[in-house]
Write a protein that binds this ligand. Structure first.
Ligand code: HEC
Ligand code: HEC
Length: 459
């Protein structure tokens, strides 16, 4: 966000308002506003978003509606170039804070995604880092990174309670006295690694019906869960969540707006309420926050989304004969039941995200190779934290999204918590719904295992 000219006035009034710290001031501007928790309860059921498209699945259930011969490969590359959805725009190196036009092009969107925010821009009062790319950059902007976050809470009588102010513990603040700390009582504790966002424009254009068809094609004891979440820009309509370790969002705009607030402390129309510090109000009207909400008018979240929708999917490394044999083994033992290799996006013109977005030609009818079903599974690694602390999401506490393996060779801290150092460590943690497949892996000879690792290292 660009600094606002009225900032100095705001700062001056804040000095006098500081004595009136009251949690009421940040609330109730809008009479129709729902409580934060209600906003995440989806309205209705997820719409199919057109017929299910092709996906690969072992066994006889492979083709839903047949393979679509007219589908084209998704564009891949670590080259900072657009996949064709948004135009490339002016030379990236010529873009500055003064001439950037956030919604003009891929390069403008990338500039906003990389832009370091300051307190004058709305950063904080509690936050994690200063730019999206601080956590999403590897090999290029939009990728994953080694940055992990804290999420905490506790369970009482079998019910999960978030830490005061939410399960995400912000690790930085603009003032030393409001840095959040984990309370001793909050014994449900996890790290969550920063995920990749490259190629997520394609993932967003996979119709809900395709994801539920993948679920329905999985063997009963390995069947995933397709959680229905609220699409905030779609008036809270239900959609099949697919982004984040918990599939907690269906749309990139909901996720980007969430991230702008929860990672950087910048409020925008879909997330208009400032974060607290362990439940203490630190928003506008207190000494901690000079800017009224929303701190951004929605331009920056849209710029993040335009950029992410235009990113190419992670490209493969060299495909040697061993890589090829390794993939065959990976398929034979059933890894690809969850780590689905091919999924085709919806047709151009399909309304998705509760009608808030229409699949554009550049992202339509594309074959992607995410090596994920974008569904939740219980493989014994669940972090104990549900999508939302409400009864309908309780089951998600023990589940994690099948980690998309595209771009795997660019990551060296694996699983949601980043606590697996090697692919073999990660595989050994596969229990629960993946236990039989893990056992099949362990029964292979060293040579075959080595080929599977060659394959994984090519992703
Ligand atoms: C402090 C690090 C950090 C910053 C800064 C950050 N993110 Fe993230 N991002 C994460 C983590 C961690 C996850 C996984 C969160 C989870 O599932 O709980 C994530 C997940 C995502 C996802 C979901 C991708 C997928 O397929 O799983 C999107 C989209 C995203 N971030 C967008 C953004 C945008 C846009 C910004 C800037 C406004 C941003 N992030 C800033 C750490 C960060
Ligand atoms: C029942 C579904 C399922 C099956 C079968 C399965 N996985 Fe996974 N896989 C997951 C889930 C869920 C995660 C994420 C778990 C977590 O982060 O806690 C994951 C994570 C991984 C990761 C870590 C990726 C990263 O970016 O951190 C690797 C590597 C992996 N799986 C490889 C395999 C291999 C190899 C097989 C076959 C031997 C396999 N998986 C079978 C569901 C499955």
């Amino acid at each position: 966000m660009k600094p606002r000219t009225f900032l100095s006035i705001a700062l001056a009034t804040v000095a006098t308002a500081a004595v009136l710290i009251t949690s009421l001031e940040g609330q109730g501007q809008s009479p129709t506003k729902k409580t934060p928790q209600n906003r995440f309860i989806p309205r209705g059921r997820a719409a199919p978003e057109g017929p299910a498209q092709f996906f690969s699945m072992p066994g006889s259930k492979t083709a839903v509606n047949g393979d679509n011969p007219s589908s084209r490969e998704a564009v891949t590359g670590f080259d900072d170039l657009t996949n064709g959805y948004f135009e490339q725009g002016p030379d990236f190196d010529t873009i500055t804070e003064d001439n950037v036009e956030p919604l003009r092009s891929y390069n403008d969107g990338r500039f906003i995604f990389e832009e370091k925010e300051t307190a004058e821009d709305g950063l904080g009062p509690t936050y994690n880092t200063q730019s999206c790319s601080a956590c999403h950059q590897n090999i290029v902007t939009g990728g994953a990174s080694q940055i992990a976050e804290h999420r905490t809470g506790h369970t009482f009588n079998g019910q999960f309670f978030e830490s005061p102010g939410g399960s995400l513990i912000q690790s930085r603040a603009t003032f030393p006295d409001i840095v959040e700390h984990v309370l001793p009582v909050d014994t449900v504790r996890t790290f969550r690694m920063s995920t990749n966002t490259m190629g997520d424009g394609y993932a967003e254009c996979v119709s809900d019906s395709t994801l539920t068809a993948i679920r329905d094609a999985q063997p009963p004891d390995m069947q995933g869960t397709a959680p229905e979440v609220a699409v905030l820009e779609g008036d809270g309509s239900a959609g099949v969540g697919r982004f984040g370790w918990k599939c907690q969002h269906r749309s990139l705009l909901s996720f980007a707006s969430d991230a702008y607030l929860n990672e950087m402390g910048i409020t925008s129309p879909l997330f208009p309420d400032e974060n607290t510090s362990q439940g203490m109000f630190v928003g506008y009207g207190t000494i901690y926050d000079p800017l009224p909400e929303p701190e951004d008018d929605g331009t920056d979240p849209q710029a993040f989304v335009n950029f992410m929708r235009s990113t190419k999917a992670p490209p493969r490394g060299p495909i040697t004969p061993d890589v090829h044999f390794g993939e065959n083994k990976f398929n034979q033992i059933g890894c690809n039941i969850c780590h689905v290799s091919t999924i085709v996006t919806a047709a151009a013109g399909t309304p998705i995200n509760g009608g808030a977005f229409t699949v554009p030609a550049a992202l339509a009818n594309r074959r992607l190779h995410p090596y994920s079903d974008f569904l939740l599974h219980d493989i014994g690694t669940g972090d104990g934290i549900p999508i939302e602390p409400t009864p309908q999401f309780a089951g998600t506490a023990s589940q994690i999204r099948t980690a998309p393996l595209w771009g795997l060779r660019t990551r060296n801290r694996l699983m949601h918590d980043g606590l697996s150092f090697t692919a073999d460590d990660a595989i050994q943690r596969h229990g629960g719904q993946a236990a039989a497949v893990r056992d099949a892996f362990n029964a292979l000879g060293d040579f075959q295992k080595a080929q599977i690792f060659d394959f994984l290292n090519s992703l």
